[in-house]
Design a protein around this ligand. Structure first.
Ligand code: CP
Length: 317
């Protein structure tokens, strides 16, 4: 595997889940693969889970790991060609990327949507420059339009906790005080559309996701109706995708918060969220603290999704 940015990069999804669950049973079985190999994790944005779980995954595989926070201690990077660099950016990304590549064997990149230009975000300009110029296998640790390590962990978690062959999985928008990227819901939809689940997306009108991620999924604008019979409720906020509101908050409707009353509409559903989560905006204290909440188990599976991807990249070196 040379790149990991979306569900297709995993190939056969059932085989990938099986491999992940095998790794989970014995996470040090492939320690020899990473001997004398270096994982570089490059962060343009903050992280708790991705940073720790991916570093742990690399260590489980016997790798040396390095972390670079671009905005804390590194030179500020210019990302556009043709710019006269007379401002505060000291280095161009087109030199920085191959230099980073020369110090490592595999690179993970986190670079969120900037919400300044929709085309730039949806062309994944930063992630794709790493793929093009680093000379190394590159995986997304959440880029502008996707968070495939999260979605893979989500799918592994659903596989572990499902009580029927084809569970109903509902992705619901929920309110948030800040404008958040569409990366997590995009990738969740990308994976659920390929998985053996009955997948429904619910959100207020105006929050439609990009069609290349929604594909054939059912979209239901009435949250209560969508939740009926759900086996898994996956809550997430995202800012508007559709023009002219790209990157903006168009609703903070608190009636979309996932509460005990909302969960009562479901088939005793399990509650999921990628974390970090704003309590009593996205989900009530009662729901996230209930036995139905599997957010911690979901986060723990981030180590397993990362390890499966990095293992495949090590095997391709
Ligand atoms: N879910 C997730 O990616 O968490 P972090 O932003 O803390 O890495």
């Amino acid at each position: 595997m040379r790149t990991y940015t979306n569900v297709k990069d995993l190939g056969n999804l059932n085989a990938a889940i099986k491999e992940a669950l095998e790794i989970k049973k014995n996470r040090f079985a492939y320690k020899h693969l990473g001997e004398n190999k270096t994982l570089l994790m490059v962060f343009f944005n903050s992280s708790l889970r991705t940073r720790l779980s991916t570093q742990k995954a690399g260590m489980n595989l016997g790798m040396n790991t390095m972390v670079l926070d671009i905005n804390q201690g590194a030179w500020k990077l210019e990302t556009e060609r043709g710019v006269i660099m007379d401002g505060d950016k000291s280095e161009h990304i087109l030199e920085a990327i191959p230099v980073m590549g020369s110090y490592c064997d595999i690179i993970g990149v986190r670079a969120f949507a900037q919400f300044e230009n929709k085309e730039d975000d949806y062309q994944e300009k930063i992630l794709n420059q790493f793929i093009q110029y680093s000379g190394r296998p590159v995986f997304s640790m959440e880029a502008a339009t996707g968070h495939p390590l999260q979605a893979f962990a989500d799918l592994i978690t659903i596989e572990e906790y499902k009580k029927k062959d084809r569970p109903k999985v509902v992705l619901t928008w929920a309110p948030h005080p800040k404008a958040l990227p569409q990366a997590v819901p995009n990738s969740f939809a990308d994976f659920m559309n390929e998985a053996d689940v009955d997948f429904v997306i619910t959100h207020p009108e105006g929050y439609e996701l990009a069609p290349q991620f929604v594909r054939g999924a059912k979209v239901e604008y009435k949250q209560d109706k969508a939740l009926e019979g759900a086996d898994f409720v996956y809550a997430k906020n995202w800012a508007a995708f559709a023009d002219p509101n790209y990157g903006q908050i168009i609703s903070k409707d608190m009636s979309w918060t996932v509460t005990t009353e909302k969960m009562a509409l479901t088939n005793n559903a399990l509650f999921m969220h990628c974390l970090p989560v704003r309590r009593n905006m996205i989900v009530s204290d009662d729901v996230i603290e209930s036995p139905q909440s599997i957010v911690i188990q979901e986060a723990a599976n981030r180590e397993i999704s990362a390890q499966t991807v990095i293992k495949r990249m090590l095997e391709s070196l």
